[in-house]
Ligand binder design. Structure first.
Ligand SMILES: Nc1ncnc2c1ncn2[C@@H]1O[C@H](COP(=O)(O)OP(=O)(O)OP(=O)(O)O)[C@@H](O)[C@H]1O
Ligand SMILES: [Mg+2]
Length: 505
């Protein structure tokens, strides 16, 4: 009799993930979870490809964990993976997962392997928490390569770069049976894998629209989109409502808004993608500017200018080199990056010895001196045939550097060869104006490549304004120069001077 009752509960739990979630799991107060409408809709959606496009704090992580657990318990021999952009994020996800299992007495014994980031159930199903190494941009960071996965969850999908996605996607193909993919995230820029799949969703479900009945879309996309906007702002930027009032009150949302600023709040809580006002490198600009051809070799005899950003503790070092075209515009098409932990002496050797040989027309190189100290920048040869500018990033100089590069790109005075990391950094870069009208910029996961591109533009402008003068080792970058410079500048004089000097040697 009892067995019969248990069997009925299990069958119901198998058929209805919402029943499973609400009867088998407890919240931190040790009460059964009561799911919100949007969470129920998501769990009951049987589409193999789903997107959770929801505000911050809307319960994405929780509902993904419940979805993972439902699949893990009722489907034997599955390979399930959760991937987050950084190791820290996948550990946080695993912690929430582990806490939920700990609170669920009955289910704990089903785990025969129970490591923090790697689990196996007695039915043979494995669950792994991984990172794609997106922040570093290194494909080899992905510990997914070679592991067949048939159910894949990607949290914070808006922060996954294209390279990481290119590594991840093949691991879910070629499996027996249909692969399943769930992406979860908030808005970011209007570019990239996550944005494209939202734009081309095959259907959209919103629990508060048409009783949650999905709206079919004319596009032939793959994903079933679950949209949940927890709040909205009125004309005076006041929070109007909360769709999860019992745990996220209007007062709390107001406090969050005053902490993170209206722009970011609109993005993170009101599901608004950044528009051109708050994105200095808006998507049309990126399309316009990334049109330079990729070079055949990493060298050129053309006049060249470069910018280098030395990586501090948690950043890579990045070098961008642009060469002048016969039309006197500039093409930034040479990029060199050094991974975290590269010895500074190796980078200095490259800058002082390899770079000038590969680019004998080098006119000027701008170096970011902020935070790395004189010892390092003094290691750059300031006594060569090209100028060396030591740039210290300050708030006003940053404004002039960002806006200078934007205007150079808008006028196609500088174009870039395609580069995923740089394009991503530009797309994720946002501009905010504080209450006292200070402009501040917020980077996405990184801005090392963008910094070196901005420095390269600084070097170009310095060369155009001042020509190839003798360098001054103590010179600091001065503000207020016109980023566009003078396009009709004739550079033959400086090239001749350089040639003469080489002959004398
Ligand atoms: N139905 C629910 N019942 C009780 N608590 C919930 C429910 N849904 C979400 N929560 C709680 O709300 C908080 C936010 O949920 P969660 O972390 O899953 O949201 P998120 O959308 O992933 O947030 P973030 O965008 O910050 O990653 C958590 O403490 C979670 O336990
Ligand atoms: Mg989350």
């Amino acid at each position: 009799m009892l067995n019969n009752k248990v069997a009925k509960i299990l069958i119901r739990a198998k058929n209805d993930p919402v029943f499973f979630a609400e009867h088998f799991f407890k919240n931190v107060k040790m009460e059964n979870y009561k799911l919100e409408d949007h969470q129920k809709l998501f769990l009951r959606d049987k589409n193999p490809y789903k997107i959770l496009f929801c505000s911050r704090r809307s319960g994405k992580t929780l509902v993904m964990i419940l979805d993972i657990l439902h699949k893990a318990f009722f489907r034997p021999n599955q390979q399930i993976a959760l991937i987050a952009p950084t190791l820290e994020q996948s550990k946080t996800f695993a912690n929430v997962f582990n806490d939920m299992i700990l609170r669920s007495e009955g289910l704990r014994s089903s785990f025969i392997v129970d490591n923090k980031l790697d689990k196996q159930l007695s039915n043979g199903t494995r669950i792994a928490f991984k990172t794609a190494g997106a922040a570093s941009g290194k494909k080899e960071d992905s510990n997914l390569v070679g592991s067949g996965i048939n159910t894949l969850y990607i949290d914070e999908a808006q922060s996954m770069d294209a390279d990481a996605m290119a590594t991840i996607m093949p691991v879910v193909t070629g499996q027996i049976g249909q692969a399943e993919i769930v992406l979860a995230g908030t808005p970011r820029a209007r570019t990239g894998f996550f944005f494209e799949n939202i734009l081309n969703a095959k259907q959209i479900s919103e629990c508060y629209v048409n009783k949650g009945i999905p709206k079919r879309c004319p596009t032939d996309g793959k994903y079933s989109l679950h949209r949940f906007k927890v709040t909205d702002l009125d004309e005076d930027d006041k929070v109007i409502y909360s769709k999860a009032e019992y745990r996220l009150s209007i007062e709390e949302l107001e406090t969050i808004k005053s902490t993170i600023g209206v722009e970011k709040f609109r993005r993170e809580y009101c599901l608004e993608f950044l528009d051109s006002i708050s994105m200095p490198f808006y998507s049309d600009l990126i399309d316009l500017a990334f049109t330079a051809p990729l070079p055949q070799t990493f060298s050129s005899f053309q006049p060249a200018c470069a910018g280098i950003d030395f990586g501090k503790k948690r950043n890579i070092s990045s070098l961008t080199i642009a060469t002048q075209t016969p039309q006197l515009t500039w093409e930034a098409k040479y990029y060199k990056r050094w991974h975290l932990g590269t010895k500074y002496t190796d980078i200095l050797h490259y800058v002082n010895n390899v770079l000038p040989k590969a680019f004998p027309g080098l006119k000027c190189i701008a170096i970011d001196q902020t935070g790395v100290g004189n010892v390092l920048t003094e290691g750059v040869n300031h006594n060569s045939f090209y100028n060396v500018l030591d740039v210290i990033f300050s708030q006003p100089s940053k404004v002039s550097m960002v806006e200078g590069l934007v205007s150079s790109m808008e006028n196609q005075f500088i174009t870039f060869a395609p580069d995923k990391l740089l394009q991503k950094e530009m797309a994720q870069y946002s501009r905010e104006t504080t209450e006292n009208d200070r402009v501040i910029y917020t980077k996405g996961e990184s801005d090392d490549c963008l910094d070196s591109a901005m420095l390269c533009n600084v070097a170009i402008n310095d060369y155009i304004q001042n020509g190839q003068r003798r360098r001054n080792p103590l010179k600091m970058f001065s503000l207020g120069q016109n980023a566009l410079g003078n396009k009709s500048y004739d550079n033959t004089k400086s090239r001749n001077r350089y040639t003469k000097k080489r002959k004398r040697r």
